[in-house]
Every structure is written in C-alpha cells, then in structure tokens.
Design a protein around this ligand. Structure first.
Ligand SMILES: *Cc1c(COP(=O)(O)O)cnc(C)c1O
Length: 495
C-alpha cells in the first residue's frame, strides 16, 4: 500500500515520499510526516542475522513506498560502503553497566553520517522519479556536525549545490576546520555572526521566501534541505535502533520482546524521534530518555509541559546540542495531539510569536514513554573522566551528556532495564574538551598534539577524517551578519 506524507500543519494535502524528500519543508512551514507509521512485523530471528544494509532495506521500504526495490537498494549500497570504517556500520560497545551504540563510524565521524550518507542518493533518485530538470540547492544550517556530513555527502553530486551556514563562534575548532577545508565544485560554507538558532531560523525564512523562490525557478533551481526537518533524514535513522535491538538479541543480551531503554543526547530532536518511530513500528523500546546539556529547554518541557525558548543561549562543550528550538519536536506534538494539524499549527504560531507554548493535559499524558534529563558542563567532564578511568573507553562530550543523564535516571528511578546509549560522535571530533576533561594538564597543548595524545590514551587509531584536515588548506572564509544570509545565497547562486 502506498504511504503518503502530509505537513504537520495541514493534513489535507498529501505527497509521495519522494516528493516530500525533494521539498524538505512543507510550504506552510510544517514538517512532512507519514499518514501512519508502518509496522515492522518481522521475526527477530530473521533480523538478528541481517547486515546493516539488509536491515536498512527492510525498514526504509516500509516508509518510502514509491521507491522501487532496485532504487532503494542502490541508494543503500552507495551509502553504507567503505566510507564507514567498520562493516558493522553501527557497532555496539559494551561496558559493565550499559551498551553504547556507536553511530560515528562514517566519513565525518558523527552520527549525522548515518542519514547524510544516504540522503543525497535518495534526493537525486527522487529528482529523477519526479522529472525535476534544474539544480537542487541544498540549504543547511548546522550546529557543527550536519554541515560537514552534508558537505561530504553532496560533494560533486551532479545536479546539486550545497550551501552550509554555521555559527562562527559556536562550533569546535575541529568541526570548523572540517567544514572550511571542504573540497568540491558545488560546496559553499558561510559563517554567520549569530548562534545555531539564528542560522536555522534564517534558513527556514529563505525556504519561505516567495520572491526568492520565483527567482530560483526562473533560473531553473529549487531548494531542498539536508537538516533533520527532511523526512529523508529521519527514516534512515530509524534503522540503527532496529539493528541495535536485533544485534543485542542475537548476542543473547536481551530476550525476544524484552524492553530496551534508549538514552539519546538531543538537540534538534531528530535522533530520539527516530527511536520513537521505531517504537511505534513495534520495536520493544521501553523508556526514551532525552538528554540535554545546559540548554535544557527539552528537559523543562518534559518536566512541565511548557516549552520556553526565552532564555540565555549557552555555548557548551557539546555544541551539536546547543539548540533552543528543537525542530523535530513538532513531529512529536503532531503525534501526541492525535494528529491534530490545527493544534500543531497553533502551537507553532505561538512559538514563533512569543517563544513559548504549553501543551494540554491530554497531550502530556501521551508523553509517558519519555523522560528528560540534563548534565551540566562539570558533570559532563566528570563523566568522561569516570568512564575513561573505570573502563578505558573515551566518550565524546555529547555521548558523555547522555551517559551522565543515564546514571542520574537509573539512580533516581531504580529502573534496571537494559539500556542502549546513542553514541553520537567520535571523541576525536572534540579532542580538546575530551582531553581537558580527562586531565587538566592537557590544556596547554595544541589541537593536533592532543589528537596524538588521544590516540595513545584510547588505543584507537586517529580516524581518516582527522588526518585529512591536519594540513588541508582553508577554502571557505566568508562570514556574514544574519540579515545578510539572503544576499550571500543570491550571490553564490548568481541571481
Ligand atoms: C546532531 C547531534 C546531536 C543531536 O541530535 P538531534 O537529532 O539534533 O537531536 C547529538 N550529538 C551529536 C554529536 C550530533 O552531531
């Protein structure tokens, strides 16, 4: 049966999966969601022996019903190949208390690769299917990791151009170096003087700019998005939860149907929403623990039912979670309101006008699967040190936030359910914060000295993604003020 997609803010217009991927964001500003969430209904005894690619096909074919088997398998094969440094694609690391699902083995060593290595293929396939003639221009805001993963994914992909906006002072030195050294004739990287929310709001504005759209059309171009607002990013993220559960079952760590809690370091709410979709598909996920850093707007939301972005934006050592407007929460609101598009639109209007909204008791009662938690900067550093000292395993700061929140949750609730922590970045991506957390005396060393020191400490070889940027020349140095975003896009596109 064909599964169609509609905007969270308007249920009456339905699109195919490929059109939803092409458009990225609905014209009314809403996010595309499937009409219903398909069931997995597959025996775990089959799933447990499947490769990542086979699992991906089983999950994705249920959502992307207008892709042929050949098209989808081709996308999967091109995405999950030797770009990943392990054939398992998403291996599980076990310590005494908990399992870490390592989502950072792709080209840019953060979990964004899980979806962004396939999105370009889904998008170009979708363009072909829908007879799109002109160039697709990917417009993306990044808090650090999406940018590089999207640039790597779209580099020299025919028929596409990609423009990435990042907060000039809001990313780690390695994250910035990874982006500004990006090669490719179709890649553009622009720093903005503002934070991630400014970048994301600016990009959403450009998507909604009718005048710009007309100029683009006249020049034979159209925008799409590589941010997690694109349903083509959410669907591939469901895969690793199914895969992780099946592998734990296969290894005898859990029994068939036994609940598995997940803890997810959260920013834009895309990763944890994928886990929630997996649960709706029938995967036996227990609690979903949403872990925040000092920007704990989501923690407060789960505590009180009130979402309030009117607060100071704090720069932390887990910059990919420095976000006050979590876009994908809108998809959750849609589900817990009983798919009430009017209610969703009203809440989002309130958010854009006042910066806050409160959900009603009916909606709150449907959040019982979720728990919120947060870790301060000090707690995060302490967690990195603790896990390293106890087991020799080095966590990146994002994963450390989740790991710390898990410890607090388990202590307070007494919940001993088997737990999987989403490990979202390699520690090499945040070498300075990680090394200073392990030992203060590293503070005086240079970035790449620390890289070599981390190799010695962790026993894990320096990833290719880091070796590549050691000596790579800076190719992008444009920095603009937030109101200049539209002008720079027009300049880049020659409009
Ligand atoms: C993007 C990112 C996150 C947050 O994921 P969301 O899907 O935006 O919630 C967490 N950790 C790392 C390392 C990331 O790159």
């Amino acid at each position: 049966m064909e599964l169609l997609y509609n905007s969270t803010r308007n249920k009456s217009e339905k699109l195919t999966a490929s059109m939803a991927i092409l458009k990225g964001l609905a014209e009314d500003g809403g996010l595309f969601v499937p009409e219903w969430i398909p069931k997995l209904s597959m025996d775990l005894d089959l799933l447990k022996d499947m490769s990542y690619q086979e699992t991906a096909y089983e999950v994705m074919r249920r959502f992307l019903t207008d892709f042929t088997e050949e098209e989808l398998k081709d996308c999967i094969r091109r995405a999950y190949d030797e770009k990943f440094d392990t054939p398992e694609i998403a291996p599980i690391h076990k310590t005494e208390d908990v399992c870490y699902l390592e989502l950072f083995h792709g080209a840019t060593i953060a979990f964004k690769d899980m979806a962004l290595s396939i999105l370009p293929h889904l998008l170009t396939t979708a363009a072909r299917k829908n007879q799109v003639k002109g160039d697709i221009v990917i417009l993306t805001a990044t808090s650090g990791d999406t940018g590089k993963a999207a640039l790597a994914g779209f580099q020299d992909v025919e028929g596409t151009r990609i423009i990435v906006f990042y907060p000039k002072n809001g990313v780690s030195p390695i994250q910035e170096k990874q982006m500004v050294t990006q090669k490719g004739g179709n890649t553009y990287v622009v720093g903005i003087r503002g934070n991630f929310d400014d970048a994301q709001t600016g990009v959403k504005k450009l998507f909604g700019d009718k005048e710009l759209q007309r100029e683009m059309e006249a020049a034979g171009m159209q925008f799409s998005s590589a941010n997690s607002i694109n349903i083509g990013r959410l669907v591939p993220q469901i895969v690793y939860y199914v895969y992780g559960y099946a592998k734990l079952y296969g290894a005898g760590e859990i029994k068939k149907g036994e609940p598995l809690n997940v803890v997810v370091p959260t920013g834009n709410f895309g990763n944890i929403l994928a886990a929630y979709y997996a649960k709706q598909m029938g995967l036996p996920i227990g609690k979903l623990v949403c872990a925040s850093n000092d920007n704990k707007v989501l923690y407060d939301f789960f505590q009180t039912g009130c979402y309030d972005r009117n607060r100071e934006f704090i720069l932390t050592t887990s910059p990919s979670m420095d976000i006050l407007i979590s876009s994908n929460l809108e998809r959750l609101l849609y589900l817990i309101s009983g798919e009430d598009d009017g209610k969703d639109a009203a809440l989002m209007k309130e958010l854009s006008e006042t910066g806050r909204y409160r959900i009603d008791d009916g909606m709150r009662s449907r959040l019982s699967d979720f728990r919120g938690g947060f870790a301060t900067e000090e707690e995060t550093a302490k967690e990195i040190r603790r896990v390293y000292r106890e087991s020799g395993y080095v966590l990146d700061p994002h994963t450390a936030v989740a790991s710390c929140v898990y410890g607090k949750y388990r202590g307070e609730s007494g919940d001993e359910t088997k737990t999987l922590i989403a490990s979202t970045a390699s520690p090499y991506k945040f070498t300075r914060s990680v090394m200073e957390a392990v030992d203060e005396r590293y503070a005086s060393k240079g970035d790449f000295e620390l890289v070599d020191e981390l190799e010695r400490l962790s026993g894990i070889r320096v990833p290719k993604a880091i070796e590549e940027i050691r000596t790579a020349p800076v190719l992008h140095d444009t920095v603009v003020e937030v109101p200049e975003m539209k002008d720079i896009v027009k300049k880049i596109l020659g409009l």
